[in-house]
Design a protein around this ligand. Sequence first.
Ligand SMILES: *[C@@H]1O[C@H](CO)[C@@H](O)[C@H](O)[C@H]1NC(C)=O
Ligand SMILES: *[C@@H]1O[C@H](CO)[C@@H](O)[C@H](O)[C@H]1NC(C)=O
Ligand SMILES: *[C@@H]1O[C@H](CO)[C@@H](O)[C@H](O)[C@H]1NC(C)=O
Ligand SMILES: *[C@@H]1O[C@H](CO)[C@@H](O)[C@H](O)[C@H]1NC(C)=O
Length: 464
Amino acid sequence: MGSPVLAGPALPLLLLLVLLPPGPARGAARFDPTWKSLDARPLPAWFDKAKFGIFIHWGVYSVPSFGSEWFWWYLREKKIPKYVEFMKNNYPPDFIYEDFGPLFTAKFFDANQWADILQASGAKYVVLTSKHHEGFTLWGSEYAWNWNAVDEGPKRDIVKELEVAVRNRTDLRFGLYYSLFEWFHPLFLEDEVSSFQKRLFPVSKMLPELYKLVNKYQPEVLWSDGDGGAPDTYWNSTGFLAWLYNESPVRDTVVTNDRWGAGSICKHGGYYTCSDRYNPGHLLPHKWENCMTIDKFSWGYRRDAGISDYLTIEDLVKQLVETVSCGGNLLMNIGPTHDGTISPIFEERLRQMGTWLKVNGQAIYKTQTWRSQNDTVTQDVWYTFKPKSKLVYAMFLTWPTSGQLLLGQPRATPGATEVKLLGHGKLLNWTFSKQNGIMVELPHLTVHQMPCKWGWALELTHVA
Ligand SMILES: *[C@@H]1O[C@H](CO)[C@@H](O)[C@H](O)[C@H]1NC(C)=O
Ligand SMILES: *[C@@H]1O[C@H](CO)[C@@H](O)[C@H](O)[C@H]1NC(C)=O
Ligand SMILES: *[C@@H]1O[C@H](CO)[C@@H](O)[C@H](O)[C@H]1NC(C)=O
Ligand SMILES: *[C@@H]1O[C@H](CO)[C@@H](O)[C@H](O)[C@H]1NC(C)=O
């Protein structure tokens, strides 16, 4: 304590500390390759604020564009008659799935155009399938010889083109989906026969490829999928994630999901996805994401889809509102065509979401959950909250024919509570309802005066 003996070395030490550049791990938590440690990592804050992302399923399955992106599996493994017949009727007898590779041309793919459509959707992140279960990589992976977009098909680095366009032209974060397993990779099949005692596939293919992918494209969402029935120890998921969080170029901002091995879903990793199209309708104690697709039956593009197979914009706004009110993010999927176009039906849905969010974004982005997720009296009313400005948003999906909206949950303050319709802006009259809550007088608007058509949001002040 104040000892002159310590005065000597103290000064150089101080200098050294000042002169040292801030190292990667300085001040930041270090994560061990255990679920206990990795699960305790706080999710980077941008993700919860973003609320809305776009999922893109694009690969060789976009060439047959028939049935589902699981085309190869259904054809070769399951031999489902619909797929077998399709091949018999449309291709020569010896034509196999691998022959679709060169036909994946991406002829009209314009990453800038995609980026502009993504921006117009109001989404704050995008997740592209860098590799689906078929194993075809949308970049020139040296571990996917002759089965990648640079060696065959487009002969272009699709991942790079979209990354540059998204980062250069939009405010979206760039994310990548990556399937751990591959249906028919011989090394994976050999490991599977050994009940995953052998680890040939992760050691020589999946792990080196995934490290390369992260270093090269620096995705801020890493959306893992396809554990192939193998445990996380087979994939060395915890070893990889410890590197991702401690050392990787995206260690401070990357978010991941929960699909890191059999049994890890809804339990380990970053945010929870739990199942495809997960939308629990109630609050969860952990950040989650509802990944769903505009085509009700497929993630990849299908030429055999009819108009009724696509969710309407009303359906999609409902998904967004329900999801965000319950603390989730919505990841809404489109499937581009093999030649790289986003079909007008998907483009329209994306742009519609964007116009809705232009009016109602305040009730979505950067919000938190409220004490009540949906109304207890009126159906299809969902709440969000901004604690700092003490604003409560009530999003309603049906415009009441009476012109009056009964909200059973908000406890209003006489003389203080103000109610506005987003996109309209004027103060609305309200009265205490005979039961609980308040009755809001909605404005009388003509069709053309409506700020939007598929769902509306009231902003309430001074409510408890
Ligand atoms: C980024 O966008 C600007 C303006 O649109 C363009 O001039 C520039 O070439 C782009 N950069 C890259 C790397 O694409
Ligand atoms: C798992 O990954 C970590 C980090 O890269 C590495 O140190 C470890 O040796 C790996 N373990 C196995 C069994 O592959
Ligand atoms: C609130 O949402 C839950 C879950 O979707 C639903 O079961 C309940 O009926 C809703 N409440 C009203 C009043 O609609
Ligand atoms: C609110 O109520 C008052 C008194 O009934 C009425 O004069 C006024 O026009 C109403 N305002 C709106 C926006 O409906």
